[in-house]
Design a protein around this ligand. Structure first.
Ligand code: AMP
Ligand code: MG
Length: 356
């Protein structure tokens, strides 16, 4: 009797041991199979690129970074010789063949420019260059110079005909307001094609979330709850780079921030930042310090954040509605306003800020 009970206990222990070994092997298999997160950083478009993948591999992340770099170097860069935008700017007035991707992005951008009543104006290159905010020698130009630069920013002079494009003589195209969002889009498309389960892609002030992030940091065949929302921090416009004042919970979405703290110079106590009013030719003064837009596409979020920054709170609301986008606005007195669709997802972390 005692012997058979001992034997049964031994068998049970052996079975339990085997079960634990099998479980460990399965977990190891999960990890080997790419269930652990992959993190990669790089730089493109003059900005830092960060990629985190869940249920994806290092190779997947490399392919996403390559897609971003290719978009920059072949299509959108104003400085890389041979890129479509570089060639269009160099040959203003002449019709050129451009890649399908550039044509697609230019077409969408022009449509958004029109819907924004030209608050977004991709023909502002001459003005952007004149101020030189992004250079070592920024300056406040003379009124006459600003007027002349603004005269070149006529959007109707940009002609697209399939894969052929032409910009007006004396004109410079600047896609700085949408490029980083478009970069997020192409990385997200690449991730989806490669079967990555969830990804966070960040290029400068633009972020795209693909899928839902795994609850415990890894996708596991043992967890029932496969995905949870992402949490994104909104930068404190008055604090250091790493400081955020709020966090927002979101599902798969693209998020973009435009603010007066990103690129600027100061002269005689005045801050001159990098987002211009196409009406005055001066840095836009619409009563905001930053605006963060949530939408379905990177390009759209990026375009809309610039538009909202130029238009200010009240005038932004109908444009956001038109695109079913949501936004968080920060004002100089640290009050914060948000559109109805996102208000409940915000947690204010810094008590100096008030959500009104
Ligand atoms: P963002 O940081 O996305 O708001 O984009 C700002 C960048 O877009 C600037 O650095 C300029 O290159 C360009 N830009 C500035 N103002 C405008 C504007 N009103 N419309 C289109 N592009 C602009
Ligand atoms: Mg933008």
């Amino acid at each position: 009797m005692k012997n058979s009970s001992n034997k049964r206990n031994k068998n049970l222990s052996a079975f339990a041991f085997l079960a634990v070994v099998l479980l460990l092997m399965l977990i190891a298999g999960d990890i080997k199979g790419g269930a652990q997160s992959v993190n990669k950083s790089s730089s493109a478009m003059g900005a830092a690129v960060f990629i985190t993948l869940y249920g994806g591999t290092e190779d997947n992340a490399d392919a996403m970074i390559s897609a971003i770099k290719e978009l920059d170097e072949k299509c959108l860069s104003p400085t890389v010789e041979g890129s479509d935008i570089f060639r269009l700017n160099e040959n203003a007035g002449a019709e050129l063949e451009i890649s399908q991707k550039t044509a697609e992005i230019l077409k969408t951008s022009l449509e958004i420019c029109a819907k924004s009543d030209s608050a977004l104006n991709v023909a502002l290159g001459k003005l952007v260059k004149l101020w030189g905010i992004d250079t070592d020698n920024p300056r406040v130009p003379a009124e006459e110079e600003i007027k002349t630069a603004l005269e070149t920013a006529d959007l109707s002079k940009i002609i697209l005909n399939g894969n052929k494009a032409k910009i007006g003589e004396g004109q410079l195209v600047d896609l700085g307001a949408i490029g980083k969002g478009a970069a997020c889009d192409i990385a997200a498309e690449t991730a989806k094609k490669l079967g990555v389960k969830a990804a966070s892609i960040s290029v400068g002030g633009s972020v795209t979330f693909v899928g839902l992030k795994p609850a415990n940091g890894v996708f596991s065949r043992f967890s029932k709850n496969e995905g949870v929302q992402w949490s994104i921090g909104i930068r404190d416009p008055f604090g250091p780079v790493s400081e955020t004042f709020a966090s927002v919970k979101t599902g798969p979405a693209s998020v973009s921030t435009s603010g007066n703290y990103e690129k600027y110079f100061e002269k005689d106590g005045v801050r001159y930042h990098h987002i211009f009013s196409p009406v005055t030719g001066y840095p836009s003064d619409s009563g905001l310090v930053s605006v963060t837009v949530f939408s379905d596409s990177g390009l759209l979020s990026d375009a809309l954040s610039t538009i909202c920054f130029v238009l200010g709170y009240e005038k932004s609301l109908p444009v956001l509605k038109e695109y079913s986008a949501e936004a968080v606005f920060v004002f100089p007195d640290k009050t914060v306003k948000a559109t109805d669709g996102i208000k409940d997802s915000i947690t204010i972390k810094n008590s100096e800020f008030t959500l009104v």
